[in-house]
Structures are given as C-alpha cells and as structure tokens.
Design a protein. Structure first.
Length: 237
C-alpha cells in the first residue's frame, strides 16, 4: 500500500530522516516505534508532503506521491490522526466529523459514515452536540480517529494515539484500531508504547535517530516475534 524507499528528510541543515525504507502492506497494521525525537512524526509529515524529502521515493499503491501537494495525497486515500489530536475545539463533535468527510460529495455516504462512526464510538453519539474542546482527552482522541475515518481512507496514519491516556482508554483505542483494520483499512501506527503496538501489529519497524535499526521484514529477516521478544527482554531487565 505505502512504500518509502531510502527517504531522507532535513529541517534546514539538520538531517532528521536517513535512508528510511518502510512498507505498510495492504490490509495490515504496521507499527513504527521509536523514542522521543527519533523522527516518527517527521516520517508522517514527509508521507503527507508537509515536509519535502531531500531524496527517496514514496509510493501509494505503486504511484509516486512524493512532491505532490498534501491535499492531493489526502485525496488519494490517506487520512491522519495527528500528534496531539488537533480536533477543532470550538466546534461540536458532529461538526468535526462533517469536516472529516468534507471531500465526499455524496450526502448518503456522509450519512452512512456518520452512522458507522457513532456505532464504532457510542460515546461520540451521546456527545454529538458537545463542544469538542470540552471533551476529555480520550474522547478527543476518539473524535480525532473518527474524523479521519469519515473520509473512507485506504491508509490511516496514527501518530501516538495512546499518548497521555489512562490504561483503560488505551485498551479501548487499540481495540478500535484492530476493528478498523479488520474492516479493511491499512494502518501505519506510530507509537512509543511498544508493547501495546506490537501486540496488534503485523509488521514492525524500530527507528533511532532517524534511521530504521530493526524491522520485521526484509533482508535481515527478523520476525515480528523476535522484535517482540527483544522488547520483552529489555523490559525484564
Ligand atoms: N520544524 C522543525 N525544525 C527543526 N527541527 C525539527 C522540526 N521538527 C522536528 N525537528 C527535530 O527533528 C527530530 C525528530 O522529530 P520528530 O518530531 O519527528 O520526532 P518524534 O519521533 O515524532 O518524537 P516524539 O516521540 O517526541 O513525538 C527532533 O530532533 C526534532 O527536534
Ligand atoms: Mg512525534
């Protein structure tokens, strides 16, 4: 679905991504793990064309997207839940969701997507007329995910969806990611919460200082189980 091949990105003179190659396969959940400052958000920004890579190729379903405008990349079927949620705080839940579906012209599809989102997130249904900025952190995260899904994306990019949430809400969010994926959406999940992310992922990449240092596919042939084991060992001591 999404392939990055030897992508490098800089902010001015500062190199942030170095030769990043990554493949989010169709129908799968792929996670990109890494600590603060590793370059995870920069990877998302590069995919979306918010920052331009210095070199490398990015393809979506075989079509090159690097260099395209962000709006065109989104139209091609990519949706994002950005870091820090960024819902529209002064608008209601319902208005936020409508904006998520604003590229869809067919009113019936918008209505059916709204219904799907209210089924997936009953809490949003209860609160559809609430001003989004007054909702709890977890509710805002659910809204951010639902808003992204309103556009029927092929590929959903999630930038640290569990950040700052209580364990019970993290479980809820991860259950929903699994459900969304089972219904056919390909997911690229960015996380610092390695255990949770690995537990639901089909493939994993570990990023350090802008480089992929481990991956569950490719030449090294490390399996996702080995990556999971490495993390468990690290945790154990
Ligand atoms: N606009 C910018 N200008 C200059 N440097 C930047 C800019 N945005 C990010 N950086 C730097 O790039 C590096 C990678 O940042 P990035 O936000 O991609 O990390 P991250 O892996 O998402 O970290 P976190 O887990 O903390 O969100 C950091 O050293 C950061 O300071
Ligand atoms: Mg980040």
């Amino acid at each position: 679905m999404l392939k990055l091949e030897a992508v490098s990105t800089s902010y001015g003179p500062i190199k942030v991504l170095r030769n990043v190659s990554l493949h989010a396969k169709k129908g799968e959940i792929t996670c990109l793990l890494g600590s603060n400052g590793a370059g995870k958000t920069t990877t998302i920004k590069t995919i979306l064309g918010l920052v331009k890579p210095n070199s490398g190729i990015i393809t979506l379903e075989g079509r090159q997207i690097q260099g395209l405008k962000t709006a065109d990349i989104i139209k091609a079927g990519v949706a994002v839940v950005p870091e820090g949620r960024r819902i529209f705080p002064k608008m209601t839940v319902y208005e936020n969701l409508l904006l998520g579906g604003s590229l869809i012209k067919d009113k019936n599809i918008i209505q059916s997507n709204l219904k799907k989102m209210y089924d997936l997130f009953p809490r949003l249904a209860e609160r559809k007329n609430q001003i989004a900025g007054t909702m709890s952190g977890g509710e805002q995260q659910m809204l951010a995910i639902a808003r992204a899904l309103m556009s029927n994306p092929k590929l959903l990019l999630l930038d640290e969806p569990s950040l700052g949430l209580a364990p019970i809400l993290i479980k809820e969010i991860f259950d929903i990611i699994v459900q969304i994926n089972k219904e056919g959406t390909t997911v690229l999940l960015i996380e610092q919460n390695a255990f949770k992310a690995l537990s639901i992922s089909h493939a994993a990449y570990i990023m350090q200082k802008g480089e992929i240092v481990q991956q569950s596919t490719g030449q090294e042939g490390i399996s996702i189980e080995e990556i999971k084991a490495a993390y468990l060992k690290k945790q154990a001591g």
